[in-house]
Design a protein. Sequence first.
Length: 183
Amino acid sequence: MKILLMKDVYKLGRAGDIKKVADGYGRNFLIPQKLAVLATEGALKQVQRIKSQAEVRRSTQNNELQGVADLIKDVTLTFAAKAGDTGKLYGSITTQDIATALTEKIRHEVKRQLVDIQPIRTLGEFTAHIRLTMDLVPEIKIVVHREGEAVEAPAEPEKEKKSKKAEAPAEEAAAEAPAAATE
């Protein structure tokens, strides 16, 4: 079946493209979701209008989500999981787990459908792509370590280390002062 895409469809094409797809995919998914129409003569006359509208819509979305993409890139998520001696996990880290952790970290909702990675079933480091739009696909790093083991923390900037060291003696002194006052 030949269809004309009305919207961008991941792994199929951009709005205005004419594609040949399986009958069931077109009839049961693309057309009811209003992602495509049958490629008739009347529809083919509207290709340029559809492409120009899609370009405007695409640039607007890219501008809106650029800030989110900047937050997402260079994010590292760490998961502790139970694993066997060979490094194989008891269970897996799914796209839902990644989306939930990412949402908590950046304070912007990320749906599991946007996370592009197969379920993680072993220990190690992995890279996942977050498909915000067809053009904005930032990468995140995922570290899976064995539960109970220490994981290598990313290096902290010097300013944060100094401020934490300065706060620790002040907190200890504040805790000792009320104890001394009650004696």
